[in-house]
Design a protein around this ligand. Sequence first.
Ligand code: 5RP
Length: 231
Amino acid sequence: MSKNQVSQDQLKQAAAQAALDYVLKHLEDDSYLGIGTGSTANCFIDLLAQHKGYIKGTVASSEASAQRLRDHGINVLELNNTGGVQIYVDGADEVNPALELIKGGGGALTREKIIAAAADDFVCIADQSKWVDHLGEFAVPVEVIPMARSYVAREIFKLGGEAVYRQGVVTDNGNVILDVQRLHPIAAPKALEEKLNNITGVVTNGLFALRPADLMLLSTPEGVKTLKPSH
Ligand code: 5RP
């Protein structure tokens, strides 16, 4: 297979391997590891299994990831019982050069944001298809208390977005998700993140701009690039 024919799955696998190398080098013996959600995070979990003896414990951003970790015999703890995580590894739906992200395609945005907030070092892993100059082609997920769904959708309309109800999805927290379209290009991600959070009934939203990633491991056919935020 030539460089041009490297599959997206292979790129995800390479990003996960780079994250594993990073974690094995930097994670301290007495520290905890945060684990994200999605297909790229799953690649990371499967690789981590071979090194579980070195990991004191993990905190997962979803029930699905927690179950996958336990199936591998990896210790999973409540965030409340850890005092915070040293490194958090997770994927993304979009990443810009400031390492601001859109996340939540898998519906786990709230727990992802909590672990990112509680982490010293947020390492994002993704294949190159997630890299964008400006966020917003991917609809921004918003987790909403169920009774507020229509009200929140109307408030989002006033901000210029179109909220689409993710039918049939209930989050691990018992809430619903609105996917907000027509926001591209998001000129001021931090301001929009705050505005969305300020709508009553919103639990959180999938813009990760106030707390962006610290490091990006971006997988390309030429290799995995290690990127820091451009300011
Ligand atoms: C889940 C997420 C994921 O990180 C995001 O959807 C990317 O997933 P994948 O690695 O499968 O492309 O935010 O809520």
